[in-house]
Design a protein around this ligand. Structure first.
Ligand code: 8WZ
Length: 158
């Protein structure tokens, strides 16, 4: 029986590049990732995704243009929390990605995604995202660097 905590992760994409942010502090520091964070008690998951994106890189997305593309669950040996991460992507957005206290944004060609400086699960589920397939992945970590076991499946709908 886990304590489920909701998080969001947003990826901005165009035909050739994906926007990643280098986390400058806190959880996942020094890893490239999408933009996101905790869903607060007083907000919807979608509002949290839009809020975190704006806070972390000054970009705004119309909620109609934010697509829920995946769902990830992370558990950790010896810890009671389950991180329930809702993954979104957008191709239409307003504003220029700008560095903040939290994140340093950078556009990466799809052929140059820096997996060695990202969470170890990313290399496993990114291919689903990059092929525009909906996905559900469960990862059980030992610490924050080692995946003990995982499962990823393609979904017909979220
Ligand atoms: C354990 C873990 C957590 C997250 C996370 C924290 C907040 C939003 O996502 C990840 O993100 C990615 N790409 N792998 C991740 C692994």
């Amino acid at each position: 029986m886990y304590i489920r905590k909701l998080y969001t992760l947003v990826f901005l994409r165009n035909d050739t590049h994906i926007l990643l942010g280098l986390k400058k502090r806190g959880f996942g520091v020094n890893k490239w990732n999408g933009f996101g964070g905790k869903v607060e008690a007083d907000e919807t998951i979608l509002d949290a995704a839009l809020r975190e994106l704006k806070e972390e890189c000054c970009v705004t997305v119309d909620r109609d243009n934010l697509k829920n593309i995946g769902h990830l669950e992370f558990t950790f040996t010896g810890e009671p929390t389950l991180m329930d991460v809702r993954v979104f992507s957008a191709t239409v957005f307003e504003g220029t990605p700008t560095e903040t206290d939290e994140m340093s944004p950078k556009w990466f060609p799809y052929t140059e995604i820096p997996f060695e400086d990202m969470w170890p699960d990313d290399v496993i589920w990114f291919p689903y995202m990059l092929k525009d397939k909906l996905f559900f992945g469960k990862f059980h970590y030992k610490g924050y660097d080692t995946i003990l076991n995982y499962n990823v499946e393609e979904l017909e709908s979220m």
